[in-house]
Design a protein around this ligand. Sequence first.
Ligand code: DX5
Ligand code: ZN
Length: 555
Amino acid sequence: MGLNYYQIKKNILRARKLVIKATNIAGSGHPGGSFSMAEILGCLFYKYLKFDPNNPQWEDRDRLVLSKGHAAPGLFSNMAVAGYFPESELETLRKFGSRLQGHPDLKCPGVEFCGGSLGTGLSYSVGIALAAKINSKDHHVYTIIGDGESDEGQIWEAAMTAAKYKVDNLTAFLDRNFIQQDSYTEQIMPLDEKLEGDDLSEMWKDASRWKTGDKWRSFGWNVIEIDGHRIEQIDAAIAKANATKGIPTMIISRTVKGKSIEHMEDNPQWHGKAPDSDVVPIINHELDSQFMIAPSIIAGDMANLENEVKRCVSGRSDYIHLDVMDGQFVPTKTFDHNKIKELRPLTIIPFDSHLMINEPVKHVRDYIDAGSDIITVHAEVTDESSFGEIHDLLKQNQIGVGFAINPDTELPEWSYKFLPSLDQLIVMSVVPGKSGQKYIEETHVKITRLNSILKENNFSGYIEADGGVNLENIGSIFADGARVFVGGGAIVGQQDVRIAIRDFRNEVLKSRRRILLDKAHELGGTDLVNKWIGLHVVGEKQEQIKKIAQEAGYI
Ligand code: DX5
Ligand code: ZN
């Protein structure tokens, strides 16, 4: 399908919601392991896999083998989103006669392998990859194995065989979520150096002590290690794997079991359990509340923007916000596409290019060629025809489409028709032109109002709050409905970008926890609030959420 970062993200969200729906209706299933591989499946189905849902047996299709077959809900939900069968069929999961059983079954169109008896999928993958080579076929084989599954000896037999026969048309992913059926992998059969520590859900985060990759290297594989939830890293790793000849590639993907749902994350209980019906609406609200931090580099040293980008990368930002100012649309001049082109090789983190320039329709091609992942132009300098031209050009080039409005600008009537296909709406909360300004308080009401208008008009992108966002106001801006937060003075202007981003995230997390408690209270009063709190059993979460509920007067 070759979708871009933003569209892949949207489809992954749809697939996660289907996993929740399907396992809840079935009353059983594996959400935890479906969520840890959600971004991996998203990149495969919506960017790399060659397949035709209307011709599942197409001879030249790429093959996807889910060796960790228990995560079938994750596979089936993405197959539905990819068009193999209606999304409604997920409601038949694990029912007698359904094509969607607890583990993948060849009765389901598009399923390549009956995974479930762990350890065998890699061997099967080596076999079909070898067969493809013997038959001089150039399709690719992708396989996802679990870290718990790596306890099976056959995984290592297959690893040796793949290396011996140089099966370079095989790319394997290790879904490294550190949890298997009964407990944490490192307690049952360590794959890494002995990870000491009491808080099991914390100690896994020290990537410097991970040695699983060394096992695969010693078996003769090309090894790439990534954050398995960062779409840009998965994307780059698959591209690198596909370009690597003469050796199979293992992509060790550090993942979180139950990723995106706080009470499921790092929690062995959700290896194989279905969510109750009364918490499904709250879970869906949580899935809709994923958020991104986008530091604005012009708040740093304008004479050394390379270094500012590097600070944002080491600070683990989600996007890099690039404020292009031409000295005409706004009095200031910052940089243009040439600078973006220079910065591009520094990182694969998405470039969020905010064009504060006149006549953007004349220049947008330059910003596409410079390597932007999303380009946002202003309503004040476009009209239906010029924005339509920009929109179409961006779509043709698989670039995210952004639209921005200044503090005193409302959404133009003509723009409503574009809302369903917009990836981002920047709601300026300062008069554009420089960083370090104060948040315009009226923007809270504006974002809240726009949030409902956007929902009514099938907008499935993100509202980006841009200007004067800081630790004091970000929680309420999140509650207003913003999901991407630009931080100039409050992040790049700070001594330590990593701490600033971490603090931004913690503030948003607090606000999100409160919103989910509001939802629980609205739906089920104190009982459901207590039930929701009770689900959070890992680490300090329960105490923290209980405190918020008490402050809200819910318990
Ligand atoms: C202003 C820019 C903003 C600004 C953000 O014209 O569009 O992105 O740099 O910086 P702060 O967060 O400091 O307002
Ligand atoms: Zn900006």
